[in-house]
Design a binder for this molecule. Structure first.
Ligand code: UDP
Length: 239
């Protein structure tokens, strides 16, 4: 429990890759399971804000390689995140969890605009808030946005849910069998060793503002709930 028994408030980052189950589009089994795990944590009193990635649809950098203007490709990427937000919102609502989506690019018919004070109010009322369309700006990533949103709405920590890896390793565990997982790691070390956890802008923003980050895997059953309620899984990145 936090000081003064303030409820725990967290920012959960969900990779788009996980939503796609390794393909383009949405794997509804995965999204439904993750939604169920989020609902479980909210029932235990955790205030949950979420940033969803969009890598299962488009990444601006990849579209650029295919000949599309970078900024336009980035906007396509941001629009992809909104589809993931709506899918997650639907499964949360189906499970009885009131949920609001707020987007950084205004689209009034499908979501509220990003209004930080309103987002805080939703959280205080026990609603889940999902932030879509990244920062609304090309050349940013949803990792960086996760840190920014977490800081702005005063979350205790950022929980970076990854696909295919369950923390930060000394080397890529998919390529190097001797790779070891860090239990804790400093921002500095992660930056200097160029550990492929999240992009450098996200890491440096976290370091400059001392925003704690827990990197964990989305695939293990129960692990999303565990991270949300504050269990010591994955890798904790801090000072
Ligand atoms: N994006 C962007 N600005 C943002 C957030 C996202 O331009 O503030 C674009 C960018 O092209 C990115 C894509 O949206 O590649 C999908 O987001 P991201 O790659 O962060 O998703 P994830 O890897 O978590 O699935």
């Amino acid at each position: 429990k936090d000081a003064e028994d303030k409820p725990r408030r967290v920012l959960l980052k969900l990779s788009g890759e996980a939503f796609g189950g390794g393909a383009v589009g949405i794997d509804t089994h995965v999204v439904r399971r993750i939604a169920g795990e989020i609902v479980e944590a909210v029932r235990q009193g955790v205030q949950v804000a979420i940033v969803v990635g969009g890598g299962n649809f488009f990444r601006g950098a990849e579209l650029q390689q295919a000949g599309i203007d970078r900024s336009r490709g980035d906007y396509m990427g941001m629009l992809g995140t909104v589809m993931n937000c709506l899918a997650l919102q639907d499964f949360l609502e189906q499970a009885g969890q009131a949920t609001r989506v707020q987007t950084a690019i205004t689209m009034g018919q499908v979501a509220e605009p990003y209004i930080p004070l309103k987002a805080i109010r939703h959280l205080e009322k026990g609603r889940v808030v999902i932030f879509g369309a990244g920062a609304g700006m090309p050349y940013f990533s949803t990792d960086t946005v996760s840190i920014q949103r977490s800081l702005e709405i005063h979350c205790d920590e950022v929980l970076m849910g990854k696909n295919g890896v369950d923390g930060v390793y000394t080397a890529d565990p998919r390529k190097d069998a001797s790779a070891q997982r860090y239990a804790t790691l400093s921002y500095h070390r992660a930056l200097v060793d160029n550990l492929a956890v999240m992009d450098a802008s996200a890491l440096s923003m976290a370091r400059d503002n001392q925003q704690r980050i827990r990197v964990f895997g989305l695939e293990g059953s129960g692990d999303v709930t565990a991270a949300l309620v504050g269990e010591n899984i994955g890798t904790l990145v801090s000072t």
